[in-house]
Design a protein around this ligand. Structure first.
Ligand code: AMP
Ligand code: GLY
Length: 426
C-alpha cells in the first residue's frame, strides 16, 4: 500500500511540493492542510489552521499519515515538527530549536560566528541609542533587520543615518513588528549579486539543489517595494556546480556541524541567502524551509524521488551528494494581484488556466479560490507561479512567458524581466 503524505501550507511552494510528490513512483496519497483551488485538484484538502500546531499533530496519526512535510516558517518556528514527532509520526523539517536559524537573525549570527561562516559584520541591539551607535560604528549603508519572523518585511537597507534611525525606531520604539522587532541586528551594507542555495539535510549529510535566484521587488529592473518574490530561475549562470559545492562546504556544512555539536541538529532544508560581494561570498540570511518561489523553479528539474529524499532527511541516511536534476534550466514567473504588495485585491476571475497548462508549463497556484459558476478567482497577493523547463535559460524563459501570457485577470501584475540577461551564459 502506498504511503500517505500530509503537506502543510497553501501557497505556490506547497503546490510544487504536492506535484513533485505526486510524480514519485510510489504514487503516495497526498493530503494538504491549507491548500488552494489548484492544490485541491492534486491533493485532498484538510481544513486545518496552520497556526494550530497541536491540531496538526493530533490529526496526523488519526489520518494515517506516514510523513508530514511542513512548508512555511511560522509553524516550524512554533514547533510543529516536534509536536508531530511526539505524536509518533515522521516529519520533514527542523525542530523549533533548529528553526531558530531562521526565526532569530541574532541567533543565526551567533552560530555563524561559532562556525566560522562568512557573513557581514553586525551588532545586535535592543534600544535606539545602541542602534545608532552601531550605525556609526559600521558606517553607511547599513541593513537594519528585525530579529524575528516578519514575513519578508523586516529588513531595511538604509543609505542615510535618518533612514537607519527610522528603521530602528519602527522596530524598537513603535513596535512595528511586535516581539519580532524587539531585538534588531544592525549589519554593514554589502553589494553584489544574490543567490539562493538550498540544501536538504538529515543533520549530517547534505544534498544541495542547483543554485537559484529570486526576484523580490515588484517592479522591473528590481524597483519598487519588496514582495514575497515575483519570479525565479535555476540554475544561475554565475554559480556553476563546482562553485555551489564550494559554497556548501564553506556555509552549509559548518553550520550543520555546529548545530549538531550544540545538540540541536538541523534536519529538513537549510537555505542560505548569499551575496557574492567583491570580498567573497557572505551569508545574508538562513531559512529552514523551501524558498518560495525558488522551489517552483527547482522541483520541476528534480530527477530524484522526492518522497525518498524527504523520508531520508526525516529518518537519517540521506546520501551525501547533490540532488539529481534534469539538465537545462527552469524559469518561474509569478502573476500577482492588483494592489500587491500593499493591499492586494481578491475575487478577480482568472481566465486561460487550461490553455496555459496545455503548453506543458506547470501552473502552480499560490493565492486562488473557487469562484462563482465553476470559476477560479484571485485570493491573495501572489496568485499563480508559472514554471517551465528548457534546454537553457532562454528556452525556459520563453516557455514560461508564453504560458504566463495566456493567463489573464483584472489588475494582473507580472514582471517582464525574470531571468532576462542570463540567456547567453546558461
Ligand atoms: P534578508 O531577509 O536578511 O535576506 O534581507 C532581505 C534583503 O535585504 C536581501 O535579499 C538583500 O537584498 C538585502 N540585504 C540584507 N542584508 C544586507 C546587507 N548586509 N547589505 C546589503 N543588502 C542587504
Ligand atoms: N524567496 C525567498 C524566500 O522564500 O524567503
Amino acid at each position: 500500500m502506498s504511503r500517505t503524505v500530509l503537506v502543510v501550507g497553501g501557497g505556490g511552494r506547497e503546490h510544487a511540493l504536492v506535484r513533485a510528490l505526486a510524480r514519485c513512483p510510489e504514487r503516495p496519497r497526498i493530503l494538504c492542510a491549507g491548500g488552494n483551488a489548484g492544490i485541491a485538484r492534486d491533493a485532498e484538502l484538510i481544513p486545518l489552521d496552520l497556526a494550530d500546531v497541536r491540531g496538526v499533530a493530533a490529526l496526523a496519526p488519526a489520518l494515517g499519515v506516514d510523513l508530514v512535510v511542513v512548508g512555511p516558517e511560522a509553524p516550524l518556528v512554533a514547533g510543529m515538527v516536534d509536536a508531530v514527532r511526539a505524536a509518533g509520526v515522521r516529519a520533514f523539517g527542523p525542530s523549533a530549536a533548529a528553526a531558530r536559524l531562521e526565526g532569530s537573525k541574532a541567533f543565526a549570527k551567533e552560530v555563524m560566528a561559532a562556525a566560522g561562516v562568512p557573513t557581514a559584520r553586525a551588532v545586535t541591539v535592543t534600544d535606539l541609542d545602541a542602534g545608532l551607535a552601531a550605525v556609526d560604528e559600521l558606517g553607511l549603508p547599513v541593513a537594519v533587520k528585525a530579529d524575528g519572523l516578519a514575513a519578508g518585511k523586516g529588513v531595511v537597507v538604509a543609505r542615510t543615518r535618518e533612514e537607519a534611525r527610522d528603521a530602528l525606531a519602527a522596530c524598537l520604539v513603535d513596535g512595528a513588528f511586535g516581539d519580532a522587532g524587539r531585538v534588531v541586528v544592525v549589519e554593514e551594507g554589502m553589494t553584489g549579486p544574490e543567490v539562493s542555495l538550498l540544501a536538504i539535510t538529515d543533520g549530517s549529510a547534505v544534498a544541495r539543489f542547483p543554485a537559484a535566484r529570486d526576484y523580490k521587488p515588484i517592479g522591473e529592473g528590481n524597483t519598487g517595494p519588496n514582495t514575497g518574490g515575483m519570479g525565479s530561475v535555476s540554475p544561475v549562470p554565475d554559480i556553476p556546480d563546482d562553485l555551489a559545492d564550494e559554497l556548501v562546504d564553506r556555509v552549509h556544512r559548518p553550520v550543520i556541524a555546529e548545530m549538531a555539536r550544540r545538540g540541536t541538529p538541523v534536519s529538513g532544508v537549510l537555505y542560505a541567502g548569499l551575496m557574492m560581494t567583491p570580498d567573497g561570498p557572505r551569508v545574508l540570511e538562513f531559512n529552514t524551509r523551501f524558498g518560495d518561489p525558488e522551489t517552483q523553479a527547482l522541483l520541476p528539474r528534480l530527477q530524484d524521488d522526492l518522497l525518498g529524499l524527504l523520508t531520508a532527511c526525516a529518518d537519517g541516511g540521506l546520501p551525501d551528494r547533490p540532488v539529481r536534476v534534469h539538465d537545462g534550466a527552469a524559469v518561474t514567473v509569478v502573476l500577482a494581484s492588483h494592489g500587491y504588495p500593499g493591499s492586494p485585491r481578491t475575487g478577480d476571475v482568472i481566465l486561460g488556466l487550461e490553455e496555459a497548462a496545455a503548453t506543458g508549463a506547470e501552473i502552480y497556484h499560490c493565492g486562488t479560490a473557487p469562484g462563482p459558476d465553476g470559476t477560479i478567482v484571485t485570493a491573495g497577493g501572489r496568485v499563480l507561479a508559472v514554471s517551465a523547463r528548457g534546454a537553457d535559460v532562454a528556452e525556459a524563459r520563453a516557455r514560461a512567458y508564453e504560458a504566463a501570457g495566456m493567463i489573464t485577470f483584472e489588475g494582473r501584475q507580472m514582471r517582464g524581466d525574470i531571468a532576462a540577461g542570463m540567456e547567453a551564459r546558461a
